[in-house]
Design a protein around this ligand. Structure first.
Ligand code: SF4
Length: 444
């Protein structure tokens, strides 16, 4: 797979005097195999880095010595609990979901890849991994709530109805925050995957020859992208809230807003999912900061009213770079995930740049929140999994293969048969490659 994505790092360091910021998880949330590690962690006298690292070293150092250069540790920027810094402390890399997805393909010498983030991100790495590379996730129940409202059993019945009605006219664009099964759907319709930074390029390309786009799963990114491309809002249809209807409903005048006529006229059909972390933002919050001379930057998973009012919009990579490159004295309010903003604030402090969370406004009700599901990966998950991998005793559930579907509540795993997996990889890879080609062509 072609790509030119650079390696990743946060540029942050662990401060020995600041305790690890991680809410302890209840013991019952750990898999049986990881519980002994959690018990030890919970019994530590404090959460100071020296204490936590001293404990983690007992497990992580032997694992690193055992696997040597073949081990790659990864984390996403949204990870809480200083996992970002802990992973980097042990030589790992931190990135957004796009750069994470490319890490196996870009590092063929890495044979054991351990990811601390949500499941779809680990699965994206697995789709692009070579046969001799294994991908593992520290907590397989760490799901993305946006993706959880767009499971294949919800989306595929609707996609089938749309394909039956529109045939080759329909093309699916799957945001990176989808399972491999939906990325493969995009590939089957000659569509593509997209990220928050290239969605406008991918959707514009997908609309070639007047094709109708089904955008999954995030309605806000889809709507913001359509607006950026100047599409007529009257020709955008949002499918019913998946929380209420799931995906198992017939497309009829009764179930579609505006009826089937609106669907037939639509240039873009939006799946109704969303990220609760980003939908708390609104235009009033943006104005509040702007009136006080703050620059406001926001992630495009946020509602369109807030995005249109902001001074800049872009992916986590864009937001991080904005803080990294801001001049001393700059004041930036950021509308995205809480742990990310906390880390960005630390980065800003090192450079004389003030950073605040967009929703942290005195007197307003909403406070900024972090991605709770991503934070289900914590120090005992990381140390425990590495120790179990070294001993050859890692649970099967933590291995991530393309096409895996994990129930985030029960931990039940639905794993495809090998031939099904090969087909899924072929289709999902074609959707990922289409994204890379479109993006690289635009940037060349
Ligand atoms: S922040 Fe939202 S979109 Fe991102 S992983 Fe968490 S739940 Fe999913």
């Amino acid at each position: 797979m072609k790509s030119t994505s650079p390696p990743a790092s946060s540029g942050l360091a662990l401060d020995p005097d600041i305790p690890i910021c991680q809410t302890d998880l209840p013991l019952g949330w750990y898999q049986d195999e990881l519980r002994p590690y959690a018990e030890e962690y919970l019994a530590l006298p404090d959460r100071k880095p020296a204490t936590v690292l001293g404990w983690m070293d007992r497990y992580v150092k032997p694992a690193r010595a055992h696997f040597g250069d073949s081990l790659l540790l990864l984390a996403h920027f949204y990870m809480g609990g200083e996992i970002v810094k802990l992973v980097e402390n042990y030589g790992g890399a931190v990135a957004d979901s796009y750069k994470l997805a490319l890490q196996a393909a870009q590092n063929p010498e890495k044979k054991v890849i351990v990811e601390s983030a949500v499941h779809f991100m680990a699965e994206s790495i697995a789709i692009l991994a070579a046969d001799d590379q294994e991908v593992w996730i520290t907590n397989p129940k760490a799901g993305c709530t946006m993706e959880m409202l767009a499971k294949d059993h919800m989306v595929l019945p609707i996609a089938d109805q749309l394909i039956e009605r529109y045939g080759d006219e329909l093309v699916v664009v799957a945001y990176m925050n989808t399972s491999g099964r939906l990325k493969a759907l995009a590939g089957r319709t000659a569509g593509a995957v997209c990220t928050s930074s290239n969605a406008h390029l991918v959707v514009e390309w997908a609309r070639r020859d007047g094709r109708k786009v089904l955008f999954v799963p995030d309605q806000h990114l889809g709507r913001n992208t359509a607006h950026r491309l100047g599409m007529d809002p009257g020709r955008i249809v949002t499918l019913p809230d998946p929380q209420l209807r799931g995906g198992n409903f017939p497309l009829t005048d009764a179930t579609i807003e505006g009826g089937m006529q609106a669907l037939d006229r639509a240039e873009m059909i939006l799946w109704g999912s969303f990220c609760g972390v980003h939908t708390i933002f609104n235009a009033e919050q943006v104005k509040w900061w702007q009136e006080r001379d703050w620059q406001v930057l926001i992630h495009p998973e946020s509602p369109i009213e807030a995005v249109n009012q902001a001074d800049g919009v872009g992916s986590t990579d864009f937001l991080w770079s904005a803080v990294q490159n801001a001049k001393a004295g700059a004041k930036i309010a950021i509308g995205t995930e809480g742990h990310f903003v906390r880390n960005a604030r630390e980065l800003g402090k090192q450079r004389g740049v003030e950073v605040m969370h967009l929703a942290e406004i005195p007197g307003m009700q909403s406070g900024g929140c972090g991605c709770a599901t991503m934070s289900r990966n914590d120090p005992p998950h990381l140390a425990g999994l590495l120790d179990l991998l070294r001993k050859g005793e890692a649970p099967k559930l933590n291995r991530v293969l393309a096409g895996d579907a994990v129930d985030e509540v029960t931990g039940d795993l639905d794993r495809l048969k090998i031939e099904e997996r090969k087909t899924l990889i072929r289709d999902a890879k074609s959707a990922l490659q289409a994204m890379i080609d479109v993006t690289e062509q635009a940037n060349s």
